[in-house]
Every structure is written in structure tokens, then in C-alpha cells.
Design a protein around this ligand. Structure first.
Ligand SMILES: [Cu+2]
Length: 263
């Protein structure tokens, strides 16, 4: 949720709905640590994961690629348009599969097209990143991939323990971005990559308001993770471009991490 003074109507409708919904571009894969070579499924859905709210229609993305050991491979050809069934509605989404063969870190990156959000009178473009590991050998999860804005993890993102903390550095045009709000959510329902659907139920009652952490002078934020799950961070209005087709554009940096119990 962006607090823009001019969108009073949007704010009114949000408070009427009772729940604050943050937008998150999912770049979901069921398993972020793969012991053996595997064909992995990826699903790209634009939704509101903590509320298990409505899903939005995605247009054809600008870019979809993976970076492995410093080498970038375009995966745009592997994208398939799908219909994603949310708890409330269905929306246009994308699927892909990928063969993770060699050991190391794979950074998947999605650059969606700007999405027009009528309720906030702005375009939203969320540069999204999910890093997985094959074979337990860490390689370069802490390296930026060179997006206009991105969250660089400072904790191994595919293995974070519930009750510990996650720290990331937000970059804009390659430089630390200070004083930016980062919204925090986790996927608060089941995800079925065969049926392309979220579950109907939520796992826990979503908090009343959006969880937010701020970046400090070095663009660094930290958040204590209370429970396992796939958690996402969305740092808002962090990118260099602020206008699209004559309208306001919010370029956000999104990172997904895998949080597990230590037991
Ligand atoms: Cu929305």
C-alpha cells in the first residue's frame, strides 16, 4: 500500500475493506534448496499473499532470466501464460519450468510490465527475485544481478530460520537506497503448482495493517522472521523511473526468501 495524499478515495476504500493489502509479485517455486538435479516449476502471480486476496492480471513481462555463476540466461521463451485461481478470483499469470543441473545458486529474475493500479492511481512495476540453491554449495547469492532496483540478501535467502532475522540491502541504480519503506508478507495459504491455484483458506489471521521495515542510510533493512514460510519483501518506489505513459510509476524491488524451522 502506498500512502499518496491525493488518493483519498483509494484510502477510504481500503479502510472500508478493513484490511490493508500489499501488492506482491510472486516468483514462486515450491522448493528453494534442491539436493539433487531437478526440473523445477516456477509460477509468477501478482497478488496479495498475506491476505490471500484478489489476484491481478499480469501482462507479458519485459524480462525473465536466471543468473548462475555470474552468467545470465534469458528464459523468456520458457514462459507459458496460465490462469491462476486465487481465493477470490482468477487472474492472468505465468508459468515456467527449469532444469537445475549444476550445483550452486540460481537467481531467477522477473521484470513484469508496469501494472496499472486504478485504486492507487499509479503504475506498479515490481522487479522480483528468487534465489534457489542446488546441491548445498553456495556460490553467489549475495551478488546483485544489476536491476534498476533490487534487494541484495545479506543472509542466505533460501535458508533462513524462523525466529532469526533477515537483512538485505536495497539498491537503486546500483547505489544503496536510504529511507525506503519495505513491506513484508508471507504466502499465507497453500500453493498448488499443478492446479495453478492458491488455497481457499489462510494459514493464520493476517495482521490488521501492513508490516513495514525501513532501509537505513546504507540501504540496509532487517526483519525478525516470526514463522516459517515463503516470505517476501517489497521495497516501494525504490527504482529510478517514476513515470510511465504520463502517469506515476512505482518501481519496487521484491525478494522472496525461504524460512524454515530449525529442528
Ligand atoms: Cu491489488
Amino acid at each position: 500500500m502506498r500512502i499518496i495524499p491525493t488518493t483519498l478515495a483509494a484510502l477510504a476504500s481500503l479502510s472500508a475493506a478493513g484490511a490493508a493489502q500489499a501488492h506482491f509479485q510472486l516468483l514462486y517455486t515450491p522448493q528453494m534448496q534442491l539436493p539433487e538435479p531437478a526440473d523445477i516449476e516456477l509460477r509468477m502471480v501478482f497478488g496479495h499473499p498475506l491476505d490471500n486476496g484478489h489476484v491481478m492480471d499480469m501482462a507479458a513481462p519485459e524480462r525473465f532470466f536466471v543468473r548462475f555463476r555470474g552468467e545470465q540466461t534469458d528464459l523468456a521463451d520458457s514462459l507459458t501464460p496460465i490462469t491462476w485461481q486465487g481465493a477470490e478470483n482468477a487472474g492472468k499469470a505465468l508459468g515456467a519450468s527449469f532444469k537445475a543441473q549444476r550445483q550452486g545458486d540460481y537467481s531467477f529474475v522477473l521484470v513484469p510490465a508496469p501494472y496499472w493500479e486504478d485504486g492507487e492511481n499509479t503504475f506498479i512495476q515490481q522487479f522480483s527475485k528468487t534465489i534457489i540453491n542446488r546441491g548445498g554449495l553456495p556460490t553467489d547469492w549475495y551478488e546483485p544481478v544489476g536491476l534498476p532496483t533490487e534487494i541484495v540478501p545479506m543472509v542466505k535467502p533460501y535458508q533462513v530460520f524462523a525466529g532469526s532475522t533477515f537483512t538485505g540491502q536495497l539498491l537503486s541504480d546500483g547505489e544503496p537506497a536510504a529511507g525506503i519503506e519495505c513491506e513484508v508478507e508471507f504466502i499465507n495459504t497453500s500453493v498448488d503448482v499443478t492446479a495453478n491455484a492458491f488455497g481457499k483458506e489462510t494459514l493464520i489471521t493476517a495482521p490488521e495493517t501492513v508490516i513495514v521495515t525501513m532501509t537505513d542510510a546504507n540501504g540496509v533493512f532487517t526483519f525478525g522472521i516470526p514463522r516459517p514460510g515463503i516470505w517476501g519483501f517489497a521495497c516501494l518506489e525504490a527504482g529510478p523511473v517514476t513515470e510511465h505513459e504520463g502517469k506515476e510509476l512505482s518501481q519496487d524491488a521484491v525478494l522472496w526468501i525461504n524460512v524454515v524451522e530449525l529442528d
